[in-house]
Design a protein around this ligand. Structure first.
Ligand code: GLN
Length: 451
């Protein structure tokens, strides 16, 4: 039986020769491909064919890559197991009775199973790193603003970035080289202005400070060579271990994590313990913000502007409601309802504003931690991949699985998940987090960890 890694298997040929000539890429199905159906894992977009390419897809074609299909995913990116897809769940190629992680589960499974050399996922709260960890491959979530989101169907736009998934750190970095860099079509991408970093606009609801881009230390490379940073040279680097995120984790995961740290120390890295008081509030803050943004972003799917109409006539409100009732799955509806509630007049300050305050606190905590360490380390996921079907009953439990990944999105930082061995035959991932635009540092440390 197939893994069900793809929703649409269709080859999109390269437009020129380039660094990815001869390589195949799976593209998550929330990334627009001109002329090729893009469903976001939703029945709502069952027959939606975008009239244009996402910027990252254009860059893949220019770089010589062959796209082999649109990868299965949790509906609109909402989930951590790829079981909320309207096109059925994806199986984990390492052990088919288990989930591949999510929401970019099809992308990670395709790479792990050799159905594609490389893949693109999107990471709003962990969706590149989580499935990479669960499938035993590498996944990188770039700094907010490093990769264009033009053509990515938005779930929670202040949090998400498109990121590479690959079998090795070097391959993931080489794919990042292709997709990263400023894009005039996405005003939140950073671009160089005469030696300083400019920014098209403030990052909006992220609370990002428009002046913070001025420091040359956080300057993104436009002529990047991230692949060259995969040199394994971790000697002299300080790795900060976020102790708060170890307490609730599965013991078997923590054992593999400790092994990975031993290994980095053996290669000359120094480890220190760091504590971030804010991270215990990160999951709550993340879900309030993500659902609020989702409730607004998904308003366009009403069967008229976007999405299947169901053919209802008469009263507009009834027709919209019927289209949304039929087109959206249970998890998406839950989030639209909760997000609408959190943003409503009487509750905005109590939930949304409070979550933004927590977000600012998480950012400050990370800033302080980077005064003491070059990169920070946690297990990517606090648990081993659940069995298929096991976690659908309890959404709260599923949200808690994101404890180690969502702080990174709240703070707009880069992070990578690299395989750290197996426990009970299931993959465990090591997460390395860097300062803003510190992609080189995490790539370097991750390449040491994978050796
Ligand atoms: N599991 C998280 C969520 O459901 C993260 C999803 C993502 O990164 N797209 O929101």
């Amino acid at each position: 039986m197939s893994l069900n890694a793809f929703i649409t298997e269709e080859t999109i040929e390269a437009e020129s020769e380039g660094p990815l000539s001869g390589r195949t890429v799976a593209v998550k199905d929330n990334i627009s491909t001109e002329g090729v159906r893009t469903t976001c894992g939703s029945a709502m977009l069952e027959s939606y064919v975008p009239p244009y390419d996402a910027t990252v897809v254009e860059r893949l074609k220019d770089a010589g890559a062959t796209i082999v299909g649109k990868a299965n995913m949790d509906e609109f990116g909402m989930g951590g197991t790829t079981e909320t897809s309207a096109y059925g769940p994806v199986k984990n190629p390492v052990d088919e009775g288990h989930v591949p992680g999510g929401s970019s589960g099809g992308s990670a499974a395709a790479v792990a199973a050799g159905e594609a050399d490389l893949a693109l996922g999107s990471d709003t709260g962990g969706s590149v790193r989580n499935p990479a960890a669960f499938c035993g491959v590498v996944g990188l979530k770039p700094t907010y603003g490093l990769v264009s989101r033009y053509g990515l169907v938005a779930y929670a736009n202040s949090l998400e970035q498109i990121g590479p998934i690959a079998n090795s750190v070097e391959d993931a970095a080489a794919l990042l080289d292709v997709i990263s860099g400023p894009d005039p079509k996405d005003a939140t991408t950073r671009f160089d202005v005469g030696g300083d970093v400019g920014e098209g606009t403030d990052a909006g609801p992220s609370g990002a400070d428009a002046t913070e881009g001025a420091a040359t230390a956080t300057r993104p490379a436009t002529d990047s060579n991230y692949a060259a940073a995969a040199d394994g040279d971790v000697a002299g680097a300080t790795v900060g271990v976020i102790t708060d995120l170890l307490d609730g984790a599965d013991e078997r995961v923590v054992e593999r994590f400790e092994d990975a740290l031993d290994d980095l120390r053996a290669q000359g890295a120094e480890t220190v313990e760091v504590s971030l008081d804010s991270v215990e509030h990160a999951v709550q803050a993340y879900y309030v913000i993500a659902m609020s943004e989702a409730s607004s972003n998904l308003a366009r799917f009403d069967g008229v502007r976007y999405g299947k109409s169901g053919g209802y006539e008469g009263n507009w409100n009834d027709a919209f409601a019927r289209a949304r009732e039929e087109g959206f799955g249970e998890e998406v509806k839950r989030r639209i309802l909760l997000g609408t509630y959190a943003l409503s007049a009487g509750y905005h300050d109590k939930y949304y504003k409070k979550a933004q305050d927590a977000r600012a606190w998480v950012k400050r905590d990370f800033d302080e931690a980077f005064d003491r360490a070059d990169v920070l380390a946690t297990p990517t996921m606090p648990v081993l991949p659940p069995k298929l079907g096991e976690s659908l009953e309890d959404p709260l439990q599923l949200y808690l699985m994101d404890a180690n990944t969502v702080p990174v999105n709240l703070a707009n930082l880069p992070a990578i998940s690299v395989p750290a061995g197996e426990a009970d035959g299931l993959p465990v991932g090591l997460q390395l987090i860097g300062p803003k635009f510190g992609e080189e540092a995490i790539i370097r440390a991750a390449s040491a960890a994978e050796r």
